[in-house]
Ligand binder design. Structure first.
Ligand SMILES: [Zn+2]
Length: 561
């Protein structure tokens, strides 16, 4: 407990220190932070150092635009995050295994190599390339007990029959022989295993090295015409890898041993075999391509679209939705990406930044399955819909419902985002600047009508409540607005509003003359709001005559601009 607290205290401020040291933006720091799977962020400085060396200091980055820079950072994340995660997971599990360290020393060629001495310290790795190599090695490493598990064994009398299920197990049990299925280099295990069941029959009563101490027995379930081998035929090989031509298993093994192998063979060819990742990838992609361009409106909402058309070109399969005015949300999810037996999923936000990562495994399928592609594709879609639904909820991804609430602002009732209105509407909204109309009021929820009626138009709650329905309340509000605003009507439209707005401006940045669709003239005044975070805003004022324009200039103090 105490240790844990010390660790927590130490970890406080690591991101800040690293950010300062390397001069990174908050956006970069967030992405790099997500690449470090440790709770104390102890890998962050190393990751950042190599990010700067491999990315920020490389050709192209310094001169790139903002969006392109973000894409660089996202790309760095996408490429290296899985490696770092796998490195951490594998090294933590294997760093204390003497067999692993022994193999690692052999790989590095030096027992005093810093990585051999402290493989779990990321600082001894020279760079991302080295980290990737050691990670691949650690992923492939299996302990002896793991290897032994990858085989079926049966002892009958003096004989041990082994059916190796992997190259590793084949090498382990074939040790001391010259079988190519057991050789460390140029291993042919996979090549034979796809056509035959491989048995190693070990005579425990014989000395190691005697020609028949170990015999490799292959029984074929696929024909090999070029060698004149039919389905069900046996071939036998002694320790020296000499084929025992003309001999059958019955000639050299006891009956029980042969019977066991016969039964095992019959059982195996009937039982389903799991499909390879390659076969599964081919099958699922064929099915997904038939759904290309499909909209998922009823399950995920309007705008969500599936796209696998770029798969052959850049290996991406994605779901996407545009949310104006922010931009595109894209969920990348390529089945069996990089030959791995999972679907990695990444949510990218409108800024090109990675918002979330996850992954899932597709349902296992075997060679006995019919409709492998459609089965996998249906499972993929089911999983993806559920994951994207979670993303939508977590990141509040929605089309804004723009409601006009006064003469010059609209806001989204779902998230509270608001923006200034102009005399022409935004692409994703119908609202324009100008006095609230009956239609504007009718689209507002009832409680808003109460707020506006009471706070802006001087009505009472009782007056509003006395109306039988919403329509009645809108009629009342329209009446109050017309009678309460009579004086304003005679003024130039929008002038009072502009005066009020510009009193909060720090600086007027631009004046723009324009016409509405109906041909009415207006002056659009661009300005910067006061205070920190005061962004660019604008307000428009309609006019009919040059005299009116003069009045606008004078009353808004624009003559010196
Ligand atoms: Zn919204």
């Amino acid at each position: 407990m105490k240790l844990l607290m010390v660790e927590n205290i130490l970890s406080e401020g690591i991101p800040e220190k690293v950010q300062k040291k390397y001069g990174l933006t908050n956006g970069e720091m967030m992405v790099l932070g997500m690449m470090d799977p440790t709770p104390t962020k102890k890998l962050l400085e190393w990751i950042t150092k190599h990010y700067v060396e491999d990315m920020r200091n490389t050709n192209g980055y310094p001169s790139a635009g903002e969006a392109e820079k973000q894409a660089f950072t996202s790309g760095f994340h996408a490429k290296h995050q899985p490696v770092i995660e796998s490195w951490f997971e594998n090294i933590e599990k294997k760093k204390d295994n003497p067999d692993f360290i022994k193999d690692l020393v052999e790989l590095l060629g030096n027992p005093n190599h810093p990585i051999a001495k402290s493989p779990a310290d990321i600082n001894v790795y020279d760079g991302l390339y080295v980290l990737r190599r050691i990670t691949e090695f650690a992923e492939a490493f299996m302990s002896k007990s793991d290897i032994k598990k990858q085989s079926i064994k049966k002892k009958i009398g003096n004989y041990l029959i082994v059916v190796p299920k992997s190259e590793g197990a084949s090498c382990y049990y074939g040790a001391g022989t010259r079988w190519c299925t057991a050789a460390k280099n140029a291993n042919y295990f996979d090549r034979y295993a796809k056509d035959a069941i491989i048995f190693y029959v070990i005579n425990l009563g014989k000395e190691e090295g005697e020609p028949l101490q170990k015999v490799a027995v292959l029984k074929y379930f696929n024909p090999k015409d070029e060698h004149d081998i039919n389905v069900g035929d046996y071939t036998l090989w002694n320790v020296a890898d000499k084929q025992l031509k003309g001999l059958d298993p019955e000639d050299i093994f006891p009956k029980d041993v042969v019977k066991w192998m016969e039964e095992y063979y019959n059982k195996s060819i009937d039982s389903p075999q799991p499909l390879s990742v390659k076969a599964k990838t081919k099958a699922i992609m064929e099915s997904l391509h038939t759904m290309d361009g499909m909209y998922l409106t009823s399950t995920l909402g309007p705008g969500w679209r599936f796209d696998s058309s770029d798969y052959e070109m850049d290996g991406t399969v994605s779901f996407a939705k545009e949310v104006p005015p922010e931009g595109w949300y894209i969920v990348y999810a390529t089945p069996y990406y990089d030959g791995r037996n999972i679907v990695p999923v990444e949510l990218q936000g409108p800024e090109g930044d990675v918002l979330a990562n996850t992954s899932f495994a597709l349902t296992p399928v075997t060679n006995k399955h019919e409709n492998v592609g459609p089965t996998l594709a249906a499972d993929y879609m089911k999983n993806m819909k559920s994951i994207i639904k979670d993303f939508i909820e977590e990141f509040d991804i929605h089309d804004h419902t723009w409601l006009k609430v006064n003469a010059d602002r609209e806001f989204c009732s779902d998230c509270g985002e608001s923006r200034a209105l102009g005399v022409t509407p935004y692409p994703d909204s119908d609202n324009v600047q100008g006095t609230m109309t009956r239609r504007d009021y009718l689209q507002l929820p009832d409680e808003y009508l109460f707020d506006i009626g009471i706070e802006q138009l001087g009505l009472t709650a009782d007056q509003l409540r006395a109306k039988p329905d919403k329509r009645g309340r809108v009629d009342l509000i329209m009446w109050a607005q017309e009678h309460g605003n009579k004086e304003e009507e005679q003024e130039i439209e929008g002038l009072e509003n502009a005066k009020q707005r510009l009193s909060k401006s720090e600086q007027i940045t631009d004046l723009e003359f324009s016409n509405t669709d109906k041909g009415e003239k207006f002056l659009k005044i661009h300005y910067k709001e006061k205070g920190p975070g005061g962004g660019p805003e604008f307000v428009s004022v309609k006019y009919n005559t040059p005299e009116e324009l003069q009045t606008i200039y004078k009353s808004l103090d624009l003559l010196n601009i």
